[in-house]
Design a binder for this molecule. Sequence first.
Ligand code: AMP
Ligand code: TRP
Length: 326
Amino acid sequence: MARVFSGIKPTGGVHLGNHLGALQNWVSLQDRADAVYCVVDLHALTVPHDPDELRTATLSLAQILMAIGLDPDRCTLFVQSHVHEHSECAWIMECTAAFGELRRMTQFKDKSEGSDFVSGALFTYPALQASDILLYDTNQVPVGEDQRQHIELTRDIAVRFNNRYGDTFVVPEAVIPEAGARVMDLQHPTAKMSKSDESPQGTVLLLDEPSVVEKKIKRSVTDSGSEVRYDPAEKPGVSNLLAILGAATGQSPQRAADGIERYGDLKAATAEAVIEMLRPIQERYHELAADPAETGRLLAKGADKARQVASATMARARANLGLLEA
Ligand code: AMP
Ligand code: TRP
């Protein structure tokens, strides 16, 4: 069975872009692959953070992932910092990645511009991500479109390492869904939907109350004209709503447009589909959130399973690199 690995950062709340672009895919892959999913808390340290918020966000994200359907009996679900091999392997990845490759990463450019403090780790971030992926002999990495460049770099690092030191890492590939691969901000439909603190009205969070979801979608920015059709270049706002409606109801954005004539009807249909999609997720989340100790036990079991694979890969890498045995 193919090994699948993916990760998500515990920052800012899970939004519709995460869900439709990546997480839905994670859920369906559980039954078709040997799936390993990670809450990447070390990646959250690359920007200034509040310790209490990080702790709360990490636990809550694990509960959201279980609420959307990740089942610790059918996948390996764990927290990155619980498996020390991730940071150990990251150093080796930094030694294998070229400076010029890291400098070309658009996520670094986007995130560093205009910040008061840019950490060294924000620059080497993709090396930690490569470590996450390569530690698990990963074949496939389900992510949204924005991560394509990082997965390409991971492949290049794996190939380079194997050429230099002998076969050590499996070379992975990205799996990017067609529908929902890039969910755009409801207020700025030419920018991708991202953390809520950047655009609270443009971002639908999975834990938003139905009335909030409805308000955000009904106030979304649409385009000039009045025709409802899928055309991201000419009609970014309408096309984004169609992509969301399609992804939420399991059909293409073009198909989702069938029978909808007015912008108002499109917004109403989209709001309803999203609210219905989120309802069972929110119910399950509130049950899980009531018992944090149980979540902790499940995450500890997940980390034990993950460590078994990661430590075997690290042993291979150490030996091939010529690090003296302890
Ligand atoms: P992050 O929240 O940055 O840790 O992202 C977690 C996952 O969600 C990654 O696979 C991203 O590619 C995906 N993702 C984030 N934002 C979007 C978006 N606006 N549209 C589609 N996928 C997204
Ligand atoms: N960098 C990814 C993001 O910003 C999160 C991530 C970290 C990840 N490690 C990963 C995704 C490994 C896939 C595989 O969304």
